[in-house]
Design a protein around this ligand. Structure first.
Ligand SMILES: *Cc1c(COP(=O)(O)O)cnc(C)c1O
Length: 349
């Protein structure tokens, strides 16, 4: 058995996947009477189960083979598929860094898999030794979110590379925010690492959170495992069309990312002028993690002004995660935070 076969769940390794009508007939035809579809309407046909057109465009942009790409109904579907493909419920475990994206924990619990948290240090950094020490014989996945949510920092590629080489399981690098980062993507070390899987998404920089399109880039063999386990038509025709449209609109993508990155520094500078801001973590994502004098109180103040930010007080005392919005949205936010400061000055200090 090869290295990959050894870590696949036995029932998945032997699984004969469902073969859909669109899997069995792939050529071009004029009359389709094979899938019990209604012959009338605009969305009456099942979509391409393997999203070939979308994958060719993505493959071109990422400079990988289309067979190295898996498209999911959001990255959240990919996270769940990884659990179901590699982890035996009640037996296996996975590793996540702490604090990080909450879906790893939820997906682990749904699949009855233990999640081992490895704490990041005070600068939200980690060493490869600390991660490797937490791995045991039942560890199947290591989740590394980079840039990390909610902390905004990237994990060094050297650390990721070392873990890939020392760990006999899948290293999942969640790059939902990579388009906002100045650091390189882990796709640059894909060739040397058989067990590396990179998740990216259309939900953030590509502006398509409403469509639900995420994708994984990994070796053909890993992608083939996910293809076996996924529901046959997991990405709707509507999603595929919108993702293709977004990929072709490179100019809007570049403009928006450039503007958001500029607004990120602007917001950082303006917030740093305020007496209630204790610390802003350096961010390579489209959000800032800000520690205030009294985070929960400011959070409630902003809610009353109809501005919603993410209260991260339970992750880090007095921290709020603020998404970088449009220039107008950011000004509204700054105005209300200043109003809060003035009110505080007039009362207590
Ligand atoms: C927002 C986000 C995603 C995106 O998930 P989708 O299901 O693709 O919308 C993935 N990972 C992290 C860490 C995120 O913050």
């Amino acid at each position: 058995m090869n290295r990959l076969d050894q870590i696949i769940r036995p029932n998945i390794r032997s699984l004969k996947p469902y073969s859909s009508a669109r899997d069995e007939f792939k050529g071009s035809a004029e009359v389709f009477l094979d899938a019990n579809e209604n012959p009338f309407g605009a969305l009456n046909r099942y979509p391409d189960p393997l999203q070939k057109e979308l994958k060719i465009l993505l493959a071109n942009e990422k400079q990988v083979d289309p067979n190295m790409i898996f498209v999911g109904n959001g990255s959240d579907e990919i996270i769940d598929l990884l659990f179901r493909s590699f982890c035996v419920p009640g037996v296996d475990n996975v590793i996540s860094l702490n604090p990080s994206y909450g879906m790893y924990q939820v997906s682990a619990e749904i699949n009855d898999i233990q999640l081992i948290n490895v704490d990041l240090d005070e600068r939200f950094d980690i060493t490869s030794q600390k991660i490797l020490q937490s791995i045991d014989n039942h560890t199947k996945l290591v989740f590394i979110c980079s840039p990390n949510n909610p902390t905004g920092n990237v994990i060094d590629l050297e650390i990721i590379d070392t873990i890939c080489k020392e760990f006999n399981g899948i290293v999942v690098v969640d790059e939902a925010y990579i388009d906002f980062a100045d650091s390189p993507s882990a796709t640059s070390i894909l060739d040397e690492n058989w067990n590396l899987l990179i998740c990216q998404t259309f939900s953030k920089a590509r502006g398509l959170a409403g469509a639900r399109v995420g994708y994984a880039i990994a070796s053909e063999k890993i992608i083939a495992v996910l293809n076996k386990v996924k529901p046959p038509y997991n990405v709707s025709q509507l999603n595929q069309i919108e993702a293709i449209r977004a990929l072709k609109n490179t100019a809007a993508f570049i403009d928006q990312v450039t503007l958001i990155k500029k607004q990120r520094s602007y917001l950082t500078n303006k917030l740093n002028e305020l007496p209630i801001v204790k610390f802003i973590y350096p961010s390579e994502a489209n959000f800032l993690l800000v520690v205030f004098l009294n985070g929960p109180e400011l959070y409630n103040w902003l809610i009353n002004k109809k501005i919603v930010v993410r209260n991260r007080n339970n992750v880090l005392a007095n921290a709020i995660r603020i998404t970088v919005g449009s220039p107008l949205e950011n000004e509204k936010l700054l105005t209300e935070i200043k109003n809060y400061c003035n009110e505080k000055e007039n009362t207590i200090y």
